[in-house]
Design a protein around this ligand. Structure first.
Ligand code: NAD
Length: 514
């Protein structure tokens, strides 16, 4: 029997989460939703879906908590975040175990997710420096001017299932550091990690109600967006919902950043280090069963590289190990739900009917289990590889969000650029080449938000900002990093005169420097 991670590492993280943290006084949920362990198909707990009244109660608490938090010096806010950072480090495996139990990704991958979220907390600890304004002495005689960034007000985050710790941590530490109360509405598919984050922030000394979790689905999202006391909305999820959230928030005149779906390409040039490209593609296409917004789902093979690339991809994909996420050595766990597994499988059927060549068929996951039995009710698929995919095919155009890699063959670098530039999504993109001039031209000219050069998943670190273009992001700001500070704060400019040296005469023309 293959060893699994020890119980000390993964101590059963949660017992009864049902309903927490909503209070009976807040109202009656609109319903309950099952939370399923995707590796076994077993319902592990339920989540209460908040009503508009419950959202209203949470917003009222946040509004009451807002002034004291806004008036807490940034240095003291940072100290709480330092304590939160320490709490995450101590509870890393507990968080990772919850992720694996409810999402299905491998335990090591879940630990990596926690690490990437932790890095945003580390960045937010620098908020006293990040919030510093600018001052100009003597913009006119005896007149000084300065700018500051002030809190926005109650901010909310609506997050997807695929990163139940990292995506909330893209938002909450930045919003809190900037002096705002924050309400998190996590995915109802794997909501428990959000409760651990709330536990951690409370343990770190965050005042009550400055961070709250509201569980729920569409009703809760609409109530949060429509609430007159909510000022800022951060959303991460699929493109249709991102667009609808952005439009709804805009109708209320609210600040909104809504990150959507993706279809990310990786260009393999004839001069690329082929082994590096293949290994990069394996992790980027099949890691987390392809359920990453930065997954590479299309490889664009330029010129003569296609044949050797395909040979290596075929051999490597066939060796990927599918297993429950808690099994040591698993490369790929299950998908999030039976419905999503079936949807991805239907895309494989579609690719075949569209005329693409099915090189590795993941529809029989047992073939990738390396002799071990997979739990019969788990939502597994194996890795799938298509060759001779045409850019116009639906499997090339639409986000599949599963372990399916399409290879498009093109003649020239310019053709690869055109395939990517014409695609509606523009989240991430990458190129493998050994030629600096080609790489530079690619990085400069490709109309995509995040670019990798010999890096398969170009996710910016916490101290840069993350975001795509086109159908991958609605709004003006990328998320976390310096863009996060701008999003969660309002710019104010002050002009000040204390002397009467310039005289007090009325001025009916535009004031100019004297
Ligand atoms: P989703 O759009 O179904 O759900 C996201 C959130 O919106 C959840 O909290 C959900 O409860 C809520 N929601 C769902 N339908 C809604 C509706 N009609 N109205 C209002 N709210 C609604 O996304 P998902 O399936 O949880 O996550 C996967 C998607 O997220 C993929 O498309 C993936 O590419 C995208 N994603 C994007 C990024 C990015 O940075 N661009 C990062 C992670 C995930």
């Amino acid at each position: 029997m293959t060893p699994t991670y020890s119980s000390a590492q993964v101590q059963r993280p949660l017992d009864a989460l049902t309903n927490w943290p909503h209070r009976p006084a807040d109202g009656t949920p609109v319903g309950m939703a099952p939370i399923t362990n995707p590796a076994t198909g077993e319902v592990v707990r339920e989540v209460a879906l908040s009503s508009a009244g419950m959202v209203d109660a949470a917003v009222a608490r946040a509004v009451a908590a807002a002034p004291a938090w806004a008036n807490t010096p940034p240095l003291r806010r940072a100290r709480i975040l330092f304590a939160f950072k320490a709490w995450i480090e101590e509870n890393r495996d507990r968080l990772a175990a919850v992720i694996t139990e409810e999402h299905g990704k491998t335990f090591d991958d879940a630990r990596g997710e926690v690490q990437r979220g932790l890095e945003v907390v580390e960045f937010a600890c620098g908020i006293p420096q990040l919030l510093k304004g600018e001052l100009t002495e003597d913009v006119g005689t005896g007149v000084d001017a300065w700018t500051v960034r002030q809190p926005l007000g109650v901010c909310v985050g609506i997050t997807p299932f695929n990163f139940p710790v990292m995506v909330p941590l893209w938002m909450a530490p930045m919003a809190l550091a900037c002096g705002n109360p924050f309400i998190l509405k996590p995915s109802e598919k794997d909501p428990s990690a959000s409760l651990l984050l709330a536990e951690g922030l409370a343990a770190a000394g965050l005042p009550e109600h400055v961070f709250q979790v509201v569980q729920g689905g569409i009703e809760a999202v609409h109530a949060l967006i429509d609430h007159p006391m909510v000022s800022g909305i951060s959303f991460v999820g699929s493109t249709p919902v991102a667009k609808a959230v952005y439009e709804r928030a805009s109708q209320h005149g609210k600040r909104c950043q809504a990150l959507g779906g993706a279809k990310n390409h990786l260009v393999v040039m004839p001069d690329a280090d082929l082994d590096a490209a293949v290994e990069g593609l394996m992790g980027a296409a099949y890691g987390s069963a392809g359920e990453r917004c930065m997954a590479i789902s299309v490889a664009v093979a330029v010129g003569a590289v296609a044949e050797p690339l395909l040979q290596k991809l075929r051999a490597r994909a066939a060796s990927i190990r599918v297993a429950p996420g808690m099994v040591a050595g698993a490369d790929m766990g299950p998908l999030i739900s039976a419905a999503h597994r079936d949807k991805v499988r239907s895309y494989i059927d579609l690719g075949v009917s569209e005329g693409a060549e099915l090189v590795v068929d993941g529809r029989n996951p047992a073939a990738f289990a390396q002799g071990e039995a997979l739990p019969a009710e788990g939502f597994f698929l194996g890795p799938t590889l298509f060759d001779h995919v045409q850019p116009s095919m639906r499997i090339a155009q639409e986000e599949i969000f599963g372990p399916v890699l399409c290879v498009i063959r093109v003649e020239r670098f310019e053709d690869a650029m055109a395939v990517i530039a014409q695609h509606p999504f523009a989240n991430g993109v990458s190129i493998f080449t050994q030629d600096g001039a080609t790489a530079r031209r690619f990085a400069r000219d490709i109309p995509v938000g995040m670019v990798g050069i010999n890096v398969p998943i170009p996710v910016p670190m916490a101290f840069h900002s993350f975001g795509g273009w086109k159908a991958s992001l609605f709004g003006d700001h990328h998320i976390h990093g310096p863009e996060g500070v701008r999003f969660y704060s309002r710019h104010k400019a002050v002009t000040e005169r204390w002397t009467t040296a310039a005289g007090n005469a009325s001025a009916f023309t535009m004031p100019v420097a004297r």
